[in-house]
Structure formats: structure tokens, C-alpha cells
Design a protein. Structure first.
Lengths: 232, 232
DNA sequence: TAGATTGTTAATCGATTAACAATC
DNA sequence: TAGATTGTTAATCGATTAACAATC
């Protein structure tokens, strides 16, 4: 008697050759990529899993396991070519082939994201911005004019946009997400509290829950201080 | 022969009663908190782990395990009191007793964070803002005047500030972090690429790696599309 | 009391670490 | 060749799920 049936999950889409890479591993790739970029910039040519582990605070085993999910990038007795490994991981992450994306909501967060991020180096290319407010519509950010929210779904449909970045209040999210999905959007970078993945499991969603992250920090600090007080 | 000695980790600070709560569990608490708030607002009085599981896309077992790390908040045959559970988790997260914090760097991100977040409901209270730029110093955000970065460490020392929110470029992070730690700062909410936890393991750090998050989304979308193409 | 649901122990699953044969 | 280091298999560890006795 299973307690909750979460529907398809386990063997969905069992591919022929390469089997499913766990998200645990995928989430470490950007960090490898970042680190290898630094080594490359500093002129380091080769590195062993052991050295990399020391620098990154991981174990050499883990690094070898992670990289081997995607193929044998190393050479026995030598290690890994920094340049090649950097390029391979970049390729896996798709940084050379950016997908077009739109920002939904140009409040403080949308504006910060729009101005601050180096999107093109991350596999994403911003093509349009949308907002509800008449005051914001028409403003120019990064050379792009903010367009009325009502036109967002049509824009995505006409341009085949696959990624939407949600920087709207949580309460506005359910409606616009449905419209966007109907217009062909497949992936959401979600800054709202709305659980896109739960309500639309057919899409890809990556959440940035800043409130949750801050509360975790708050917990950890209190915990640390309590433990220190107890230890005396 | 261990491959990399990551120093203390396992049995550090073995407390008498309550044993170490895993971060996996802690990171779920804000989501429970958020969800229970919604239920409370909607007038729901009691809820079973099974109902909660269905609504949140978890298993009832997991919810009961998680909550039992902190004590028996439920009642057999009845379930959990929404109001009580919400209050208990809020208490665990320390939302009633906010810690003072400063924002280091008032660029796009610092400004967005400063304007957008409901800090006081998350256990954190912003008391000061700092920036390097002369243009930014003196600006008023949320009723607070931005102060020169050179005064940040002294401010924290004098006011006993324990939390710093890092919204500066990665390259500026190492220096200011050291200054802040020397001034008594214990916790960092880190928006930079600098690995605070690695370089200063004695502190508490919570990272928000927006670039990494975006790259993960980019990977997942490509993966999804490739799988769908292969499946045809 | 009977039904429901927790708290908790046991079983399973997945991720990390260790070990080592293959090989550069 | 000898030394180094990978790729990969086996062992361990931790987190999730299942099961069920306790109890409201």
C-alpha cells in the first residue's frame, strides 16, 4: 500500500545509450565549469581529480564519478586537460547555443535580473521584457523596450520562445504561466512562490526561492550560536 | 587511505538531547512554513500528513519524519493543528526574533534585494546599506541612506551585526569578507561566486548562485527537448 | 469501542566514498 | 619500465519510503 502516488517518475523515458543523469550531478556542473574557467584563465593546462578535489572541497572519487556520467574526459596517468574539460562541460550545459527567453515582470527583481546577469554566457538569450504596469511599459532596459504583459503569450507563440523568467508576484503566476504554456513555453526560471513544477509537471522549472534561502540562513546562524552557547 | 580530508564534519558538536538535523530537512522547513501559512489563511484548522503530502507533492512518511526531528507536533488519530504547526516551524526558523543584517553592495542586485524582500518576516532585519561608489553613497533605499563601504566593518563591529548580504562582484568578495569576519560577522547570504564557506569554514554561508541555477535550467530544457526528439 | 493517524522502527533506494585493475 | 591517475566496481553512508504498533 503506497502512501502517495506521484505518478510517472522512475523509468520514464529510458533512453537507449546514456541513462538518466541525476540532478544532483547536473547541479554540480556549473560549479566545475566556473572553476575550470578560472584555472584556464590562470594558465593551468592539466589537473588531476585529486588536485581539483582539494581546490573545490570535494572528493576525487566524486569528481571522477561525476565526469564519467558524460564520458571519459580524462587520461590515465595524466589527469584532465583543463581547456578540454571546460569546453566539454560548457557543451553539456549548452552555453554555446543559447535559447531565447523573456522576462515576465519588470519590478525590482526583473530589473535586477535583466541588468545584472550575463545571460548569453549561460545558455540563455533575453529577447523581450513584459510588465503589467503602464508606467513600466515603454521603459528601456538593456536596449529592450518593456512591452505590455497582455502581449507576452502572443510574442512567445510567434517567436517560438521556450523559456520564461518569472519575476512577478506569486499571486499573478498561475494565470500567466498557463497562458505561456499554451503559447509553447517549456521552461520557467521561477522567482515566485508558485509551484510551477507541481501544477505543470510537463514543463521544466528551476526555482529561486530567495525567501526560503534567507530563512535557512537565519536558522543556521541561530543554530550555530545556540550550539556555541551550549558548548561553554 | 582516505582521498581528501575535509577536516571536522561528522561528530562535531554532539549535543546532549537533540542530535544534528540534516540540512536536507532544514531546507524543507521554509516550504512547510509557507504552505501552512496558506492553509491557515484559508481557515483550515487541522491537516493530516497524508493530506499535506498530496498538496505538496511529498510523501506522508517524509513529512512525519521531518516534523519529528523537532518533536511530536501531531496527535494520533487527528493529525496536526495548522495554526500550531505553523507557529512551531516559525519558531524553529526564528522568524519572531529577527537578527540584524547589512547589505554589502547596492548595485542592481543589492537594490532589488533591499527593495523586494520581506526581510522582517524571514528572521532578518536590515539595518544598514553599504556601497563603494560615490554616486550610490547617500542614496536612500527603504528609508536607509547608503553608507561608504569603508565604514561597513566598523559599523558591524560597533553594532554587533552578525549577518552580511553580499551583493558585490565576486572579485571584491575575498577582501571585504575577511574584514567583516574580523569585525564579528558570522553569517553570509552570498550572491557572489566567491566560496565563503570553503575559505571561512567557521562561518555560516548560504549561497544564491543565480548563474548556476540558470545554467541548470538551460541544461534541463535541452535535455527535455533532446529526449522528446529521440522518443519520436 | 472503532477508525484514524501519528511516531518510530525497518527496508529500500540513491549518492558518496573507497578500492583497485586498467592504462597512459 | 615505473609512477601516476583514470574509469569503474564494491562498500558505506544517508535519505526516503514502507510498515506497523501505539494511542488519540
Amino acid at each position: 500500500m503506497q502512501e502517495a502516488d506521484r505518478g510517472l517518475k522512475k523509468g520514464m523515458a529510458i533512453m537507449p545509450g546514456k541513462d538518466q543523469i541525476s540532478m544532483t550531478v547536473v547541479r554540480r556542473l556549473p560549479r566545475y565549469y566556473r572553476f575550470l574557467y578560472g584555472l584556464k584563465r590562470d594558465g593551468v593546462v592539466r589537473i588531476s581529480s585529486r588536485e581539483l578535489a582539494v581546490h573545490m572541497g570535494l572528493t576525487a572519487s566524486q569528481i571522477r564519478q561525476d565526469l564519467n556520467c558524460f564520458g571519459g574526459f580524462g587520461q590515465q596517468g595524466y589527469g584532465y586537460s583543463v581547456e578540454q574539460l571546460h569546453a566539454e562541460i560548457g557543451h553539456i550545459l549548452g552555453v554555446n547555443d543559447p535559447s531565447p527567453a523573456v522576462i515576465i515582470g519588470i519590478g525590482n527583481m526583473g530589473r535586477a535580473i535583466g541588468n545584472y546577469m550575463d545571460f548569453d554566457d549561460r545558455g540563455v538569450h533575453i529577447t523581450a521584457l513584459f510588465d503589467y504596469s503602464e508606467e513600466v511599459v515603454g521603459q528601456v532596459i538593456r536596449g529592450m523596450m518593456v512591452q505590455p504583459m497582455g502581449t507576452a503569450a502572443d510574442y512567445c507563440r510567434e517567436n517560438g520562445t521556450k523559456i520564461a523568467i518569472l519575476c512577478i508576484p506569486t499571486s499573478s503566476a498561475p494565470e500567466i504561466v498557463t497562458l505561456l504554456i499554451n503559447a509553447g513555453v517549456k521552461a520557467f526560471w521561477n522567482f515566485t512562490g508558485y509551484d510551477v513544477a507541481y501544477h505543470h509537471p510537463e514543463t521544466v522549472a528551476e526555482n529561486v526561492h530567495l525567501n526560503d534561502s534567507l530563512m535557512t540562513l537565519s536558522y543556521s546562524l541561530r543554530k550555530r550560536e545556540t550550539d556555541e552557547a551550549d558548548a561553554i
